[in-house]
Design a protein around this ligand. Sequence first.
Ligand SMILES: Nc1ncnc2c1ncn2[C@@H]1O[C@H](COP(=O)(O)OP(=O)(O)O)[C@@H](O)[C@H]1O
Ligand SMILES: [Mg+2]
Length: 386
Amino acid sequence: MDNIKILLIDKDKTSRKFLAQMLIKKNYQVIHADTGRDGVEKAAHEQPDLIIFDTNLDDLAAKELIEMLQKKPSTALIPAVVLSSQSTPDEMQECMQAGCAEYYVKSGMVTLTLVNAIPKILLEKKREHPEKKDGLIIVFLSANGGIGTSSLCANIAMNVAQQIHPSTVGVVDLVLPMGSLAEIVGAHDTDFNIIKVSEMPAEAMTPGYFQSKMLVPPQWLVHLLPGSPDPAMSNHLVVENISGIFYALKKTYDYTFVDLGRTLSKISLPIIHEADLIVLIVGTNQSTVHLTKKAWNYLLDQGIQKHKLFPILNRAVGLEGLTKAEAENFLGFEIKLTIPYMMGNFALANNQNTPIGLKFPNDTVSIMLKQAAFEISKQAIKVQDK
Ligand SMILES: Nc1ncnc2c1ncn2[C@@H]1O[C@H](COP(=O)(O)OP(=O)(O)O)[C@@H](O)[C@H]1O
Ligand SMILES: [Mg+2]
């Protein structure tokens, strides 16, 4: 038994000590509190695996204590067991209704029964609330600008939010020195962007912070952390804090999409390493394909694994250029998906801040975006499970 922590809340020191001794013998780690409020505070700070409390407390009634624990997300899921020294049928009913795992009336024998029941109580709680996996990180990058990386990142993220249920999706613009996603989705805020967030103290970057601050552009179904608003501002990016931002985002969203643009730098590399999937946008002209090959070889040299790659060929500039087979041949990897040329309609949807799938639902591009959402999600989950 590896360090299972148990919090005892009981004003009677002798009784607490008695139980603590039995628990320590079984290799549990024990934390003591002699008032209800002290117990609530220690539960939040110490994150015990189980709370055992006597209802006879000086400062809180049993119901108040349970409510205080359940109100905080950090303590709401910790199983609580009553070991009552002043039991009444009413109290018992009240505690069980409020969600306590078990109710015992204090005596020497019962204490032993309780100690023996702990593994079962912990297991039952685990079955009710299986540990939530971290969300997936999916980065978008390209070797060239102007080939649809940002537009595809925003639109595919939107399709994941729309098609895959249930899913929550965050989108982060990390293109330096200037982002464009806020422009594409039509979300404007002067004070919330990747630069400002990176300047915050690391401990302030919590899921709760992101849940309340991320922008919610109408129609897009995703939450946005906008990029640097202008080149001057990009110099203020606090690089050391980037990993903390992504740590919190993984705890906040099922999927976090990141637009990295064409930046392969000491800022983007750690995120590429961290990513579950790397969506590489490939253009169709010869020079772009050459640059793409160089960029991919560089990533391989950096230890990026092949099975994380998801290449998309995007015909952003017209019908001319290499075919899929020619591009694959030259690049040495399979293109997973081709997005056809959509002429001015793509730019039109962008200019109106509308997702392609809503503006032109019957266009082949909309169908391909849906397919991309499914395949990207499928491959990312597979990579994470490995
Ligand atoms: N498949 C496509 N068909 C037509 N236009 C496209 C297509 N993909 C991208 N575009 C256009 O290409 C331009 C550049 O897109 P953007 O997403 O900003 O590229 P990047 O992020 O690579 O610089 C936009 O005007 C967009 O509308
Ligand atoms: Mg871009």
